[in-house]
Design a protein around this ligand. Structure first.
Ligand SMILES: N[C@@H](CCC(=O)N[C@@H](CS)C(=O)NCC(=O)O)C(=O)O
Length: 218
């Protein structure tokens, strides 16, 4: 299978965590989205121009991070969207719900704060910043409470929703620190100790530092 991605992209990181958890081999196609020519060429493959994208059997396109993970779940263990026989539908719906919450309200908001912080102050959009801060605060409140009762977002086992939380919390360290939330900090510690997450972070860090013009020694 061919995987179109960039190591800096949070939605690609989410899928990479799932791939590494499952030990799936893929043919890597790294797309430099900042390069207009490469972007135009990529749109010939996938007109929406978004990464991640998986291509299987040469011509079957599977876009969208959650859809890709659900596809991978059908072909390789361990399952990341699961449920016991009795409450299968409800448990799967809960995993999907948290996956959506992390993508739409945490990850998107953290990205907004990061991108806004890179603009000159006069060009920043205060309304977008305020909305992002409100959503992050709301998510942190919700997560802090739930993670006091369970090690992972959906209980005892690592799931697709944890794949979604990983890039959001990785970038949140730069844009919206969660140090004051002890349960979220402990959760991040658990995520960051997984080999899949360590690999994703080590592949992303050099790109993130270059993009954010950070000193490697910092
Ligand atoms: N809902 C999509 C979001 C994908 C997405 O926004 N990817 C970004 C990179 S993190 C992208 O492709 N940006 C380029 C663009 O918007 O044209 C998913 O879950 O895969």
């Amino acid at each position: 299978m061919k995987f179109y991605y960039h190591p800096i992209s949070s939605y690609c990181q989410k899928v990479l965590v799932a791939m590494y958890e499952k030990g799936i081999d893929f043919e890597p196609h790294v797309i430099a989205l900042m390069d207009p020519e490469e972007r135009a060429k990529y749109r010939e493959v996938y007109p929406m121009g978004k990464v991640p994208l998986l291509i299987v059997d040469d011509d079957h396109l599977i876009p969208e991070s959650s859809t890709i993970i659900e596809y991978l779940d059908e072909i390789a263990e361990p399952k990341l969207v699961f449920g016991d026989a009795e409450q299968r539908a409800e448990q799967r719906r809960k995993i999907r719900f948290k996956d959506r919450m992390f993508d739409l309200y945490l990850n998107e908001s953290v990205s907004t704060l990061l991108f806004q912080s890179m603009k000159p102050e006069s060009k920043r959009d205060q309304e977008r910043i305020d909305t992002a801060k409100f959503r992050i605060d709301t998510m942190y409140g919700f997560m802090e409470q739930e993670l006091g009762e369970q090690p992972y977002a959906n209980g005892e086992k690592f799931s697709m929703s944890d794949c979604a939380a990983t890039p959001a919390l990785f970038y949140a360290q730069r844009a919206a620190p969660f140090d004051g939330h002890k349960n979220i900090s402990a959760y991040w510690g658990r995520l960051a100790s997984r080999p899949s997450v360590q690999r994703v972070i080590s592949e992303a860090e050099p790109h993130v530092r270059a993009f954010m013009k950070e000193d490697a020694a910092a």
